[in-house]
Design a protein around this ligand. Sequence first.
Ligand code: GLN
Length: 340
Amino acid sequence: MADSADTGDLTALINRMKSASAPLRETLQELHARLRGVHDGEVATYIPELARANPDWFAISVVSVDGRVVEVGDFQQPFSIQSVSKPFVFGQALEDHGREAVLSRVNVEPTGEAFNSIVLDERTNRPFNPLVNSGAIATADLIRGQDFPERLTRLLALFSRFIGRPVHVDNAVFLSERATGHRNRAMAHLMLNFGMIGERVEETLELYFQQCALVVTCHDLAVMGATLANAGVNPMTGERAISAGFVKDVLSVMLSCGMYDSAGEWAFRVGLPAKSGVSGGIVAVVPGQFGIGVFSPRLDPKGNSGRGIRALEELSQRFGMHVFEAGFGGRTLRDELGRG
Ligand code: GLN
């Protein structure tokens, strides 16, 4: 936090933060109250454990690169991270192998198809990108480690750095995914057939299912986003989660592929690197400024949180946060956070 060292008085600092953030809090409260009335879409049920989610959970969290937090709703409600994990694991694969080696196993092209489509690039046999299931499984295969425990430990450490606390896996969700993940298993074996993933295919699937079942809150998603916004350093802990040089790679695929088959429309309307998951979370990044987490389990037909999309669409438009208009005037979220 920018000026905490000057005062040495935590209470004064917190009070100042509270008043500085008041206008944004009001904006988020208003948005939250209004969008709570939106009941479009369905909670995901194809992973049986996900069907237990309360469809009315709804939270919005904003975390700035200097560690200020404004959040409303059920921002402490735990849920499984699902596909929101994918860009972060892509980042770890880049760290482990470098850009070209990773790109030889997974491309960075949007598919225009559903997140679980069984499709590989015809010429190279690569999955299209690391943010659809096939590409995410290929990416999980790249996580280094002598054996499964070491790979899992490294994966958990990655998320701990991004979130700023120890993380754990929801065992019920993990078992539920493993028991029903036939499509993911089929895809993994297809990729094994083409030499896109290694022989330890069952182990890699296990790692992928664990990764999807990791427990987070909406607050955590915002901190993870703020870490990417902050060139890879977690603003709450000061710890580096990913090398600065790979952050733009992660953000680029999030912008072009993060919202599956609505990625093009998302880039057009919202213009923020983002990633959604079937449990209803979305992380969005305003580079150099904020991470935003949104969580609500009702999904549109493409598997993205309905309220989440609307909230981010409105915030982006209201504050001119589209990456191609950011900084061109208007009332920015940064102004709002600094008012008072
Ligand atoms: N674990 C989910 C799956 O593999 C992740 C999908 C998602 O969140 N879009 O199907």
